[in-house]
Design a protein around this ligand. Structure first.
Ligand SMILES: NC(=O)c1ccc[n+]([C@@H]2O[C@H](COP(=O)([O-])OP(=O)(O)OC[C@H]3O[C@@H](n4cnc5c(N)ncnc54)[C@H](OP(=O)(O)O)[C@@H]3O)[C@@H](O)[C@H]2O)c1
Length: 236
């Protein structure tokens, strides 16, 4: 059984990935979510497959929540083989993080903290569990919007946050303290979720299935690379 932690697993891409790992039957999935009591879809799945799905309270911005989650995983599984840093935000509307002229430091910082800093801190907290895992892998769910080469105008904070996440993944891939752990960055594509919107190109199933296959095939040769959900490589 592979042991996998997915952050932000109560909806969207994280939920779909959790669903696919549980359905495949070869994984024990720790599904991280901020409010387990409200995670209706996860609770339903966990009721059907309690031996393969464990709901773990995890707010990636809360140090105490991270510690409690890793302690729970250690007690239940002793190790982690896969960490998927999926939790992320890209607020719209009144949030002043996107457009020149209305940017606020607090709103920009909130996005960078959640999307980049928290993924790094969660990875650090999981390092002892990953070091004890089999073929341990860290997957940073980033975005094409974090690519320097592909950048266009708008969405300052979100683009900056994903570029920072990409750099964190690169540093992790070269860090001797992370020896033996493969770290990659993955773009899930433009997916029909609350964040991606109804006009997105991909159904969550297609993105999730591509990511599932990509993660399953990772070897040392993939260390530090930036992949599209379908396994093709992306420019930084
Ligand atoms: N959808 C796309 O087209 C697209 C494209 C490129 C990249 N991505 C990336 O893919 C990832 C998943 O996106 P999505 O489309 O599935 O988004 P989504 O539907 O908005 O779901 C986001 C998930 O992240 C969780 N989350 C947010 N802040 C959190 C925190 N502080 N602690 C724990 N969980 C937190 C949310 O939990 P709550 O329910 O508690 O808010 C939710 O489970 C994100 O990193 C996003 O940037 C998405």
């Amino acid at each position: 059984m592979q042991r996998i932690l997915i952050t932000g697993a109560n909806r969207g891409i994280g939920f779909e990935l959790a669903r696919q790992y549980v359905a495949a039957g070869d994984a024990l999935v720790f599904a991280g979510c901020r409010r387990p009591s409200a995670a209706t879809g996860l609770k339903e799945r966990a009721g059907q497959a309690a031996d393969r799905l464990v709901i773990v309270q995890l707010d990636v911005n809360d140090a105490r929540s991270i510690t409690a989650a890793t302690e729970r995983i250690a007690a239940r599984a002793g190790a982690l083989d896969i960490l998927v840093n999926n939790a992320g935000i890209n607020p719209r509307g009144a949030h002043q993080s996107s457009h020149m002229g209305s940017l606020s430091a607090d709103d920009v910082s909130e996005i960078i903290t959640t999307n980049a800093v928290a993924a790094l801190i969660v990875t650090q907290a999981c390092r002892p569990l990953l070091s004890a895992g089999d073929n341990p892998r860290v997957v940073m769910i980033s975005s094409g919007m974090g690519s320097m080469q592909r950048t266009q105008g708008d969405s300052y904070a979100y683009r900056m946050s994903k570029a920072a996440m990409n750099m964190a993944a690169r540093v992790l891939a070269f860090d001797e303290a992370m020896a033996g752990i493969i770290t990659i960055t993955a773009n899930p594509g433009w997916v029909k979720t609350d964040m991606g919107g109804a006009g997105a190109l991909l159904e969550p199933e297609e993105s999730g299935s591509g990511l599932h296959t990509l993660i399953g095939g990772l070897t040392e040769a993939d260390q530090g690379k930036f992949y599209q959900y379908d396994g093709s490589e992306l420019p930084w």
